[in-house]
Design a protein around this ligand. Structure first.
Ligand SMILES: [Zn+2]
Length: 249
């Protein structure tokens, strides 16, 4: 391995209980919350582009940061590995995943299926209050895009899609989409430009406009087009795009 790894940067969490007498938090104490805090913190760091693909995650360092044992850290790594955010390599340790183009395409394919269904349902039931909430979200997006504030921008652009699913009140759907969006963020992290972020925001505005008109067909078409554009901007498979152009001409 000749490629150097970027340094690990994680913002330490606010511990709700002060660590007493230097004792480590062991599995028996509060395994779920300690593990979950690490999982959440690393997930957020990836979603907000503070942790780059390929970064080595040291058990010891993370244990020190969160004041927990390496056993707890390993549990968090196992969960992150199940979410495909972290890769565990025997004898080498844990690394932030580097998704392949094929994996990225699969993620976008599933997103398109789920989000088209979300759009159809939501457009039929959306309330004026929910439209207002979406407009507030768009204002925050606008501000983050204008300020070229990359972590906030990435998070808000991804959250737009989760907010739509949340408005349907289906927690399973919201959870599934959150996981896919986090994986998308990791992909975007490696490839998304600020111009495509600007474009995404504009497409979100058009989607909300269609919701406001209760125009299901337009909303579905816009969501589909938006996901296609995001995927194309990430340049996941230029060969396939070229081939399509050749065959169409
Ligand atoms: Zn979007």
């Amino acid at each position: 391995m000749t490629r150097s790894r970027p340094p690990l940067k994680i913002v330490p969490p606010q511990l709700d209980v002060p660590a007493s007498s230097g004792a480590e938090l062991e599995v028996g104490d509060a395994p779920t919350s300690a593990t979950q805090r690490i999982v959440d913190s690393i997930t957020n760091a990836i979603a907000e582009r503070r942790l780059m693909p390929g970064t080595k995650l040291s058990e010891q360092k993370i244990g020190d940061i969160f004041e927990v044992s390496r056993t707890v850290v390993r549990q968090a790594f196992n969960q992150l590995s199940r979410d495909r955010l972290v890769v565990l390599e025997p004898a080498r340790g844990a690394f932030v995943a580097t998704p392949t183009a094929e994996e990225a395409r699969d993620v976008f394919e599933v997103r398109a299926i789920l989000e088209t269904a979300v759009t159809k349902q939501l457009c039929a039931t959306i309330t004026d209050e929910q439209i207002r909430q979406l407009r507030v979200h768009l204002e925050q997006e606008r501000a983050a895009v204008n300020n070229a504030e990359v972590p906030g921008r990435t998070r808000l652009l991804a959250d737009f899609h989760i907010v739509l699913a949340r408005m349907l009140g289906n927690q399973v759907l919201e959870q599934m989409l959150s996981e896919l969006l986090t994986r998308s963020s990791l992909i975007a992290l490696m490839r998304q430009s600020s111009q495509s972020a600007e474009e995404s925001h504009g497409e979100h505005v058009a989607i909300v406009d269609a919701f406001e008109r209760r125009d299901v067909r337009a909303a579905v078409r816009l969501v589909d087009k938006h996901l296609g554009n995001v995927q194309r901007n990430l340049d996941l498979d230029p060969q396939r795009i070229d081939l399509a152009n050749i065959l169409n001409h």
